[in-house]
Design a protein around this ligand. Sequence first.
Ligand code: SF4
Ligand code: SF4
Length: 509
Amino acid sequence: MNDNPPLFAPTEPIFPRRVSGFYRTLKWWILFATLGIYYLTPWIRWDRGPNLPDQAVLVDLANRRFYFFWIEIWPHEFYFVAGLLIMAGLGLFLFTSALGRVWCGYTCPQTVWTDLFFAVERWIEGDRNARIRLWNAPWDTRKASLRLTKWAVWLLIAICTGGAWVFYFADAPTLLRQLVAFEAPFVAYATIGVLTATTFILGGFLREQVCIYMCPWPRIQAAMVDPGTLTVGYREWRGEPRGKGNAKRAAVAEDVDSQGARVRYGAALDKDHAAPRISREGETLGDCIDCMACVNVCPMGIDIREGQQMECITCALCIDACDDVMAKIGRPRGLIDYLALEDTPPTVPAPEGWQPTAAWRHVLRPRTIVYTLAWAAIGVALVVALFVRPEIDVTVAPVRNPTFVTLSDGSIRNAYDLRLRNKHAEPRAFHVALSADTVLRIALEGEDDLVVDVPASATVRQRIYVTARPQDPAAAVDHTDLRLWIEDLTSGERAHADTIFNGRESNDD
Ligand code: SF4
Ligand code: SF4
């Protein structure tokens, strides 16, 4: 006989109850805003001229370009993306140190889609009690039809989710026509298939398991919060000892679920809302009537009254549930609330007149101010860099093999590769010249003049030659500094690139 306990406990299904209140409404607004942005953004058009894509947000992998409304990021400007990623990281530090796992509770894609899938489940199968009954019921026609309907709606949402993603990487209307006509690239179908499957499984079936077991963020966040962080917690000093109270002196808190069934909290009210609640045994009770409403609405299936737990995503739905109960029994809201651990009173019950620190003092702390300043500094630097970046991008690279050649008349010639980027939506011509103080001569390979034509939003590589006559000092010495000037013949804008000219004494010879 094996006495060892099993390593893994079976997963307990969670059936969160419908709840309404401030945080539930806030979550709905955030859900609609984030999903709306995600699904609709690829369909916004933005006119950039005849030679450029008119999709407002586009990751053009083929041409290695990222378009964001009026901003166009080239591969060599990847530092903008790096800067945005650093800002996103600092933003997470900031919000986590101020408001705990607010990202997890409100805006994480896993939370948002799981929330949407829960809403669909409640809409089709009913609220908590109805879903528990359905879960325990044997399979029959009704159960099968409800399950199939739910899975079909989940699948539709999952397909839309996977489909929306690929539209960020190609012209959305064109790709949609290709997808419908089965003419789209295989990678588009494969991407939609993978994202559809992951959305369906992670949002519909794995739900809280993703947050608890798959996501590293809860562990990382544990290192970011401190006793001054505002997070969802239970005011134990106010709620304990919990209990149902004296039934003779009290009414019972009730609610009605979405199926119309009465939900009795089994709790006792103190009718004048002033005298302390008394248990049947005569004990003075706290405000918690042990109705389990906070547990029943929790999408993670935990009891916040047991203290801070890694599973808690601070979605604040337990605050709404408990505030509702407090209103029904005539107690002040906030038994469960956003609070900081350092706000625990020195004694239980709290001393007369003891008050927790104001919430804004927890948000505005030296730590959060430093994060905000660092975040803003990077943001300002990126904006400044965006507006001062040159419209002409030019680089020049000397050809190293050989570093120079000696012509039949004794002249020394160096070759260079010039790369010119035209960031405009129309073709541009650029004049190439050496600085006026040099006697060296320049020529373009394959060109009679010194003009390079660059198509719209493109990069051109041009081989150029610089020659020193035998009597020029640059021909004899090791190397000479050289500056190339590029002039946009349309706008008159100028840019330069510095390099060196290798003479006969060059060590590389
Ligand atoms: S909802 Fe409030 S009163 Fe009810 S069990 Fe939770 S903490 Fe106690
Ligand atoms: S205990 Fe549950 S309902 Fe309350 S904030 Fe945490 S995850 Fe949300």
